[in-house]
Design a protein around this ligand. Structure first.
Ligand SMILES: [Zn+2]
Length: 203
C-alpha cells in the first residue's frame, strides 16, 4: 500500500535540503528554508570530489569546467587562481564561528559575509572563490572587481556555466562577493541551486 506523504515546503521545489537550526545561532530558518539569508546545502559525497589545487577539492563536474575556463583565461593572458572550493560542514562551522568571535560579530552580521554551517554553497563542491594571480592583494576583497580576471569572468564565465552567486544587489541580502562563483552546468548542480536561482529571478 502506498504511503501518503506530506510534502514539506522544502521538498516542494523551494529547497531540496531540509533546513536545520544551528547551534550557536538563535535565528530560525524561514519558511523558504533560509537561515540569515543563506539556503541550506548538503555536502558533496566524497567519491565525487577531486583535487584541483593543493588542499582544494571540487565536485568533478565543476573541476572539469573550471580547468577548461582557466586554460581559456590563460590563453587571453589572464591568471585565474582558485582560492577556495569544497568545504565540509565542519570546516564551514570553524570559518563561521571562529571569525565571528575574532571580530566580535553577531550571527546576523557574520552571515552578511559568511554562510552558517550547512548553508554554504561551498559544501556542494560546485562553488569557487577565484583570484587574479597578477593582483593577489585583491583576493577575497570587493576590489577584485577592478581586476582583469573579474572582467574576463564577466565576459566569459557563463560559457563554462559559472555564475556570480552574490552580485551587488542580491535578494539573499548577502554582501557583494565578486570572487565567489558557482557552477550550474549539470542537472545536479542546477537542482542544488534552484531555490537561489528562483529567488534571484523573483519567482
Ligand atoms: Zn565563496
Amino acid at each position: 500500500m502506498a504511503a501518503v506523504l506530506l510534502v514539506p515546503e522544502w521538498l516542494s521545489g523551494r529547497s531540496s535540503i531540509p533546513p536545520v537550526a544551528v547551534d550557536g545561532i538563535d535565528a530560525e530558518p524561514t519558511t523558504d528554508g533560509r537561515l540569515l539569508g543563506h539556503f541550506p546545502y548538503s555536502e558533496a559525497s566524497s567519491d565525487l570530489l577531486v583535487p584541483v589545487e593543493a588542499g582544494i577539492e571540487l565536485h568533478r563536474d565543476a573541476a572539469l569546467a573550471l580547468n577548461a575556463m582557466r586554460r581559456s583565461a590563460a590563453a587571453d593572458g589572464v591568471d585565474l587562481r582558485l582560492l577556495s572550493g569544497y568545504r565540509s560542514h565542519d570546516l564551514q562551522k570553524s570559518i563561521f564561528f571562529d571569525v565571528k568571535s575574532e571580530r566580535n560579530q553577531s550571527a546576523a552580521e557574520r552571515a552578511k559575509v559568511s554562510a552558517p554551517p550547512g548553508y554554504s554553497e561551498h559544501s556542494t563542491g560546485y562553488a569557487v572563490d577565484l583570484g587574479d594571480g597578477e593582483d593577489p592583494a585583491t583576493n577575497l576583497s570587493q576590489s577584485f572587481e577592478n581586476t582583469r580576471a573579474f572582467r574576463w569572468l564577466q565576459d566569459n564565465a557563463a560559457v563554462y556555466h559559472f555564475t556570480l552567486s552574490f552580485p551587488v544587489i542580491n535578494p539573499q541580502g548577502v554582501s557583494y562577493e565578486p570572487w565567489h562563483w558557482r557552477f550550474e552546468g549539470s542537472s545536479e548542480a542546477l537542482r542544488a541551486f534552484e531555490p537561489a536561482r528562483r529567488l534571484a529571478v523573483g519567482q
